[in-house]
Design a protein. Sequence first.
Length: 333
Amino acid sequence: MSTISQALAPLIRVEGAELHYRVGGALSALRGHAPVVKAVDGISFQIRRGESVGLLGESGCGKTSMGRLLLKLEEATGGSIVFDDEALSSLKGTALKSYRKRAQLIFQNPFDAVNPRFTIRRTLSEPLENAGVPASEREGRIISALELVRLPDPRPYLDRYPHQLSGGQLQRVVMARALILEPDFVVADEPVSMLDVSVRAGVLNVFRDVRDRLGLTAIYISHDLALVRYVCERTIVMYLGRIMEDGPTEDIVHEPLHPYTRALVAAVPVPHPDQSHAPLPIGKGAPDPRNPPSGCVFRDRCPRAFDRCARKVPRLRAVGTRKVACHLFDEDN
């Protein structure tokens, strides 16, 4: 395959992916009453090499579960996920270990992501050791990784412990650990949500710079549309385990199509003290995921729902530059 064809070919193909959990405990399961939570419910999309995609939605929409499926931290209960023409479900042993080098996770909370008893040197040495990198090469790789995430003069930090670093410094260490094996694909799970607002911009700038310099394929998980807009060229909007809208981020921001996406755009804070928000154009909070609405899972909150929404699950269809799962865009409307 030519270099151009490789660049345009999808690195990741997701087809009908499902991740279902039985809840209620062993006794409920024995009685046959254990409800099922469909964290990811039959969704499909592709990600090109070098593309940066945001997974956007409220808490509980399934975006973190989708990220865990992409990293094979959870086994899919249905559908398929293919990475670089190899099905994740088939990866075992040496092949799985090789995949772990190519796909890495940047955790949400840097204080929970590292062992408080490990120095920074040991924290960053561990993945190199697991990958079989010779001891003589580890120090140089560690320094290079810390410089990559713009931790200035990194040597004095190597023998410090996590509690001796600020939140922003520690998140850069967590990013360096994810990047130290030179992965092809990174999932960033709300990497700045636990940081002070004053340091978020610096960490986001590092993420964008590293992604562009290394040509990484990236998934950025967030509930904050403003952050997704800053770091992602494309956005996938999720709700109760399903995709509502998928398309270029700027198109979604300027002209949201799905009623749920419109509500997310309307919820973005207005940076003016005298300008107030209009009421959000959606109803009550999200329903119980153990018993979602029939048909379109968003219909009980949607201001434009009609009879068909209760009877039929809308399929994801192409609408201009985007794909939208909404009966308002059915061909017979």
